[in-house]
Design a protein around this ligand. Structure first.
Ligand SMILES: Cc1cc2nc3c(=O)[nH]c(=O)nc-3n(C[C@H](O)[C@H](O)[C@H](O)COP(=O)(O)O)c2cc1C
Length: 116
């Protein structure tokens, strides 16, 4: 059995251990889908904690594909640029950033979460 803390090679990517942070919707964007300081801290702190892979929440490929208006998106260069410092920080911690590309299909475009 593979040791939890052993490295894992996936093609050219070397992952320092087998701990992966699951995608977790944060409902923390303004309705523009851009990553915020919240995402920097939420994802960055998991990398500081030593997870081998840190995944973004479900990140919509078009505005209407978001589950709620506060979800992350990556439908423009501006969206990619907002994520870049976060992925850079994750890499600086020795972790591997990942993104969950998403489209919520017929469950998309629900109301914003209350109290989130
Ligand atoms: C707050 C929260 C947000 C989540 N958001 C997503 C998401 O964006 N995409 C997804 O595929 N799963 C999402 N999930 C499910 C988790 O990624 C994960 O599959 C689930 O917590 C079960 O993990 P486990 O099998 O390690 O217990 C979310 C879970 C939680 C608790």
């Amino acid at each position: 059995m593979a040791d939890l803390l052993s490295t894992l090679s996936l093609r050219e990517t070397e992952i320092p251990n087998r701990i992966a942070v699951s995608p977790m919707c944060q409902y923390s964007c303004e309705p523009d889908g851009l990553a915020t300081d919240w995402h920097q801290v939420h994802l960055g702190s998991r990398a500081v904690g030593g997870a081998g892979i840190v995944m973004t929440e479900a990140t919509a490929v078009e505005p209407r594909g978001r589950i709620t208006p506060s979800d992350l998106g990556i439908w423009s260069d501006e969206h990619a640029a907002a994520l870049e410092p976060i992925t850079e920080f994750i890499r600086d911690q020795g972790s591997v950033p990942g993104i969950q590309l998403a489209h919520a299909g017929h469950k998309a475009s629900k109301s914003a979460a209350v109290g989130g």
